[in-house]
Every structure is written in C-alpha cells, then in structure tokens.
Design a protein around this ligand. Structure first.
Ligand code: DGI
Ligand code: FE
Ligand code: FE
Ligand code: FE
Length: 186
C-alpha cells in the first residue's frame, strides 16, 4: 500500500481530530528518522495506520481478541484503551493486506511498548507520545529528550505512562512494565 492510499484509508476510518493527530505523528516520526535513522517508508506507513482501529466498537475488538489465536485473551483485562493497537495490527493485515512484520509490529506495540523494541517500533511509539498536539508537561519533557537520546525518551515516556495509570488506579499491561524494565537495564 502506498502512502496516499493509506492516508485516504485512515481519513475514512477516523474522526477529523484523530486524523489530524495521525498526520502529526507521521511528521514527528519522519523527524525522528532524520535524527536516528530507520526505514522511513515503513515507519511512515506504520505511523499513518497506527490508530486505524481507534474508533472500532469495543465489542468488535473484544470479539476479535476472543477469536484470534494471535491475541492472548489476557489482553481483555487491562482496559479497552490498549485494544486498538493489538487488534488494529490484525485488522490491518486482514483488511488492508499489509503483511510486513516491521510495519505490523510498530502498530501492535505503539500503545504499550514491548520488550526489545526495534528502532522502528521505538520511533512510532515515541512519535505518538510527543506529537505537537500532546501539550501536557510530560510530553514536553520527553520531546526535549527525544532530540538527544531515543532510548531515554522511550524510557521516560513509559515511566510517565506507568505513573499516570497507577495514579488513576488503572490496570497496567505487562508489556508496558517489560518495556520499561528493558530500557532501564540497557
Ligand atoms: O491512541 P492514542 O490516544 O493516540 O495513544 P495510545 O495508543 O498511546 O493510547 C493512549 C491510551 O492508552 C491512554 O488512555 C493510556 C492508555 N494506556 C497506555 N498504556 C496502557 C494504557 N492503558 C492501560 N490500561 N494499560 C496500559 O498499559
Ligand atoms: Fe493509539
Ligand atoms: Fe485469543
Ligand atoms: Fe495515536
């Protein structure tokens, strides 16, 4: 799939505000590739498609987890916000026929992170967190770090997310902790 088709596809799937976020994530990811390298074409396609499933009915995403062997049912116990990344990757494969694992894994890990993130996964994860529309203080802090140190920026974003979720006493998906620990130990 080329970029033009990908943008058209998500423009139809997303509300305007979410589409504008997607455009900014793609620009931010492009900026990060300029600093850190990585496969620009794949990273941009992953960024364009990363929130493809964001507005899918929760019931449909939960059903997909239950029926798809690739998606562990444990995913259902950590809040519905995490579903669009994991389920989105499956929908993108099935509906848009994208099979490239580099692209799919960036989409899959964009919300929670994961252990041993690739350069491409880190860039999409971080771009989603620091795109200019994220105006909270922590995003500003991570944006500064992102100019200098990709891993430290990811670690800081993950730590902030863990803090945010635990303050609200929300469940935290194990991959988020695994990603955090992985960056700490490196
Ligand atoms: O889809 P976006 O809004 O662009 O961003 P995102 O995919 O990073 O989703 C952010 C939301 O996901 C936010 O409400 C926090 C939530 N989230 C992130 N990691 C976890 C999580 N929620 C739970 N319950 N557990 C997590 O590990
Ligand atoms: Fe998302
Ligand atoms: Fe399952
Ligand atoms: Fe997003």
């Amino acid at each position: 799939m080329n970029e033009v088709t990908a943008f058209e596809t998500v423009q139809k799937a997303l509300k305007p505000i979410r589409y504008e976020h997607t455009v900014r994530v793609t620009e931010e990811a492009t900026r990060l590739v300029g600093i850190y390298g990585g496969n620009l074409e794949k990273i941009r396609l992953a960024a364009i498609l990363h929130d493809y499933a964001k507005h899918r009915p929760i019931i449909e995403m939960r059903r997909k987890v239950q029926t798809c062997d690739k998606l562990p049912n444990a995913m259902l116990d950590y809040g519905d916000e995490i579903l669009h990344s994991f389920v989105g990757a499956v929908f993108i494969e099935e509906e848009l026929f994208i099979t490239d694992e580099t692209i799919l894994s960036c989409i899959r890990s964009h919300t929670t992170g994961k252990v041993s993130m690739s350069l491409e996964e880190k860039i999409v994860f971080l771009a989603d967190y620091i795109e200019p529309g994220r105006t909270f203080r922590q995003a500003e802090e991570v944006r500064k770090i992102s100019d200098e140190n990709l891993d430290l920026a990811c670690l800081t974003a993950l730590g902030n997310t863990i803090q945010y979720l635990s303050n609200k006493q929300l469940p935290i998906y194990p991959d988020t902790f695994a990603a955090y620990n992985d960056f700490v130990l490196r």
